[in-house]
Design a protein around this ligand. Structure first.
Ligand code: PLP
Ligand code: TYF
Length: 401
């Protein structure tokens, strides 16, 4: 039956982990996948998550199915975390929200909803570059994927002129995907002033903004600061779609906790949208997993756990920032590595887009056992005080050739 099925390529990001696992050298470093590691290079279970799990275990909850759109207490709190207590649509009861299989599932539900119910356009604009999974997610949802300029190779910064020109030239009412903060893979975000200009252009062209917020709290250490773009757009009267993930900010990767929401005109419209979200989800997976949503709900709903969590998110963000500073100073001051490395310090979130070329990343893997994606992206969280000097020396050697 399957003789005509061609072998597909490995996932460009997850494939890096395979290569890393096969390497037996003790010095090996995996900077491929964007998953937080602690100072000892180990996966980190947040203390707030452990406590929430203990509370859950002792309350002996049942294992019944959740409703199609998930745990209602959780989705309510997730929306509050993203939109903020001052959000008009939230106060009016006009935000339709469903639990999702983490951020990926939220994007997929959003793609499917827009493909079916957004009457004005089937075109979605993604930043170039964007997270590698965005294109297949939206293509498989039935949308036509196009790009807008985002990254400027020359400055290793935001191509804001290109971005503005491309959004101004987009057909009216097209969908535009925006990374809410901590852009993956570049680590480059618009400034608040630039976000205000983007919001004006989106309004002028009547574009439909779809925010992907996979790193709330991870960029600055503050969940409200990282929600600036989302809240600004909503305050300007935009209706938005929003994908949220709790993989990174709560370290709940494999638990698959997320939410998808749409702001609507009023509670009556929200109810109609809710009904169609259910119709999309029911045949896909019927209802979402229970455990992770209960953990997130416990943390978001308890003052002490919430403030512990806030401290832990900030701890992760701060450790990444300290690794940026250490890497920058080792490359520039200690090793005098040729080139400009200021972007390593200035970039935001989980990743640094180093500017290393594909031959350099290949040499790093083969000669130094250092693994990253072929585009030169490194997951900053893979660095720690035990491996950062070896990493910097390896980069130095690769750059000098
Ligand atoms: N969106 C972006 C930009 C991401 O970087 C990620 C994870 O790396 C996701 C969405 C979704 O991840 P998950 O499905 O694990 O929440
Ligand atoms: O490193 C990245 O950009 C992501 C990480 O189910 C990731 O691709 C890995 C697995 C997954 C979702 C995201």
């Amino acid at each position: 039956s399957w003789s005509a099925v061609p072998a597909g390529p490995p996932d460009p990001i997850l494939g890096v982990t395979e290569a890393f696992k096969a390497d037996k050298d003790p010095r090996k470093i995996n900077l491929g996948v964007g998953a937080y590691r602690d100072e000892n290079g180990k996966p980190y279970i947040l203390g707030s998550v452990k406590k929430a799990e203990e509370l859950l275990t002792s309350s002996k909850p049942d294992k019944e199915y959740l409703p199609i759109t998930g745990l209602p207490e959780f989705t309510k709190k997730a929306a509050l975390l993203a939109y903020g207590a001052d959000s008009e649509p939230l106060k009016q009861g006009a935000v339709a929200v469903t639990q999702s299989i983490s951020g990926t599932g939220a994007l997929r539900i959003g793609g499917a909803f827009l493909a079916r119910h957004y009457p004005h356009s089937k075109v979605i604009y993604l930043p170039v570059p964007s997270w590698g999974n965005h294109t297949p997610i939206f293509r498989d949802s039935g949308l036509e994927v196009r790009g807008y300029r985002y990254f400027d190779k020359k400055t290793v910064g935001l191509d804001f002129e290109g971005l503005k020109a491309d959004l101004l030239a987009a057909p009216e009412q097209a969908i535009v995907l925006l990374h809410a903060c901590a852009h993956n893979p570049t680590g480059i975000d618009p400034t608040p002033e630039q976000w205000q200009i983007i919001s004006d252009i989106v309004k002028e062209r009547k574009l439909f903004p779809f925010f992907d917020m996979a790193y709330q709290g991870f960029a600055s250490g503050s969940t409200s600061q990282d929600a600036f773009a989302v809240r600004h757009f909503v305050s300007q009267g935009h209706q938005i779609a929003l994908a949220q993930s709790f993989a990174k900010n709560m370290g709940l990767y494999g638990e698959r906790v997320g939410a998808f929401s749409l702001t609507t005109a009023d509670p009556e419209e929200k109810a109609r949208v809710d009904s169609q979200l259910k119709i999309i989800i029911r045949p896909m997976y019927s209802n979402p997993p229970l455990h992770g949503a209960r953990i997130a709900n416990a943390i978001l709903g308890d003052k002490a756990l919430y403030s512990q969590w806030e401290g832990e998110v900030k701890g992760m963000a701060d450790r990444i920032i300290s690794m940026r500073e250490k890497l920058y100073s080792t490359l520039t001051h200690d090793l005098k590595t040729p080139g400009e490395w200021g972007h390593i310090k200035n970039q935001i979130g989980m990743f640094s887009f180093t500017g290393l070329t594909p031959p350099q990343t290949k040499a790093l893997a083969e000669k130094a056992h250092v693994y990253m994606t072929g585009d030169g992206r490194i997951s900053m969280a893979g660095l720690n005080s035990s491996n950062i000097e070896y990493f910097a020396e390896s980069v130095n050697a690769a750059v000098r050739g």
